[in-house]
Design a protein around this ligand. Structure first.
Ligand code: PGA
Length: 252
């Protein structure tokens, strides 16, 4: 049985004070929910304040990105996985489509980041997803398949079980255009098949695969009830504590 994960990706939103206030609003709304992992991903400067506010609750903290290099070093502007852990993060998003698009992150870099995150004892959330042109051109599986192979390259079966994947079709992010549960389920199944080819069926069956792209309180349950969808990576709708709590409570 895979424990579902509902993760809020706050992107470049919220000052430190606003981030701490949002998590303080969220905590009572999701109190007692213990059959799913609940995460929020604030900006780097807000990590510590959010982690402090969430200490001892069922809300955990994720970072949105990480350096590919570990520990310390002369890498201006970078933040290592160990530093994220020190700030209170226990998960880290890697390879979000916005970073692949705007920072030109490659599968190879995403793979190095995922390994660094695992080595520091954090859980990576590895994102993949095709652009609209790829989907319209019938290349969605080819593109996502290549991203999965590249980003998971060299991970061992036990590491894959500790990892979370997120399928986020780029055409559905922030657009209000959600993939139908059937389209998402088909791709999630495909991702699990590739992982099974890479590291075996048991690890593939243990991998949580989240769906991301305009998840809202209204469409969450239709997506989450699909057998290969193990939760959501939520952008816009995670910024307000009550909307995000409704998504967390989609099945209740
Ligand atoms: P969205 O973002 O829910 O606003 O579409 C999802 C994401 O980019 O993680």
């Amino acid at each position: 049985m895979r424990t579902p994960v509902i993760a809020g990706n706050w992107k470049m939103f919220k000052t430190i004070g606003a981030a701490a206030a949002t998590v303080e609003q969220l905590i009572p709304l999701v109190e007692g929910v213990n059959d799913c992992e609940i995460l929020v991903a604030p900006t780097f400067p807000a990590l510590r304040a959010v982690a402090d506010a969430a200490r001892g609750t069922n809300v955990r903290v994720a970072a949105q990105d990480v350096a590919a290099e570990s520990g310390e070093g002369a890498f201006t502007g970078e933040v290592s996985a160990e530093m994220l852990a020190d700030a209170g993060a226990t998960y880290c998003i890697v390879g979000h489509s916005e970073r692949r698009q705007y920072q030109k992150e490659t599968d190879d870099l995403v793979n190095r980041k995922a390994r660094t995150v695992l080595a520091a004892g954090l859980t990576p959330i590895i994102c993949v997803g095709e652009m609209l042109d790829d989907r319209d051109g019938g290349r969605a599986e080819e593109v996502v398949g290549a991203q999965v192979r590249g980003s998971f390259q060299g991970l061992t079966a036990p590491e894959v079980i500790r990892t979370i994947a997120a399928y986020e079709p780029v055409w559905a992010i922030g657009t209000g255009r959600t993939a139908t549960p059937e389209i998402a389920e088909q791709m999630h199944r495909f991702i699990r098949e590739i992982i099974a080819e890479m590291v075996g069926q048991e690890a593939a069956d243990g991998l949580r695969i989240l769906y991301g792209g305009s998840v809202k309180p209204e469409n969450a349950s239709g997506l989450m009830e699909q057998p290969n969808i193990d939760g959501g990576l939520v952008g816009g709708a995670s910024l307000k504590a009550d909307d995000f709590a409704k998504i967390v409570r989609y099945q209740r």
